[in-house]
Design a binder for this molecule. Structure first.
Ligand code: MN
Length: 196
């Protein structure tokens, strides 16, 4: 549902006096569409998959992480839009705060929709085909909505098509370092304030 502030849900969940995450200046489309994937060791490990759409980062939590293996479909849970400046966030969310745990920028780059259709409309319709140009993730991916529960929580699938970038058996856990700082989650946890 559209709301006056697209980041209202994001801000409502967080106390910016206590978490180092950005509050988000809000707005501001950029010419190139960015994507970021963050490896987030919260109560449960997951990867946060985010695509720049309409001035925010449309976001999904992917428990097992994205893969280049075209035989694998990953469950992806749609979560609240995040501000664009979240794409650079790497650090530790303190205990007691929403999503407390350590976060690295696991991959980033740019993306393009595979068709001329407006990606906002494609996402609203529940299916988006797109290409990623990242350090780890490359090639054609698909996000497709499979289920909406009674509370409106959306389950999606994330998959990689068979193309020249597909790699059978590719496991994100075998590529554990940040593309920003070359650190692992353990290294960020141990020294969260180190300049990367
Ligand atoms: Mn997360």
């Amino acid at each position: 549902m559209a709301s006056a502030d697209p980041l209202g849900r994001y801000r409502d969940k967080r106390d910016f006096a206590r978490t180092p995450e950005p509050a988000g200046a809000g707005g501001g489309e950029t010419a190139t569409r960015r994507f970021v994937v963050q490896r987030h060791r919260a109560r449960r490990l997951h990867y946060d998959f985010r695509l720049e759409v309409g001035g925010v980062l449309a976001s999904w939590a992917v428990p097992k992480g994205p893969t280049l293996d075209p035989k694998v479909r990953r469950a992806a849970y749609h979560v609240e839009d995040h501000p664009l400046d979240y794409a650079g966030f790497e650090g530790v969310i303190p205990g007691g705060q929403y999503g407390s745990g350590d976060v690295i920028v696991w991959d980033n780059g740019t993306w393009q929709p595979a068709s001329a259709a407006d990606p906002d409309a494609s996402l609203a319709a529940g299916e988006l085909h797109f290409d990623l140009f990242g350090a780890k993730l490359r090639g054609r991916f698909v996000l497709v909505r499979t289920r909406v529960d009674a509370r409106g929580k959306e389950e999606w699938l994330l998959l990689h098509k068979r193309d020249q970038f597909a790699v059978s058996g590719w496991d994100p856990e075998e590529h554990p370092r940040s593309v920003l700082s070359d650190r692992t989650n353990d290294e960020v946890q141990a020294d969260p304030d180190r300049a990367s």
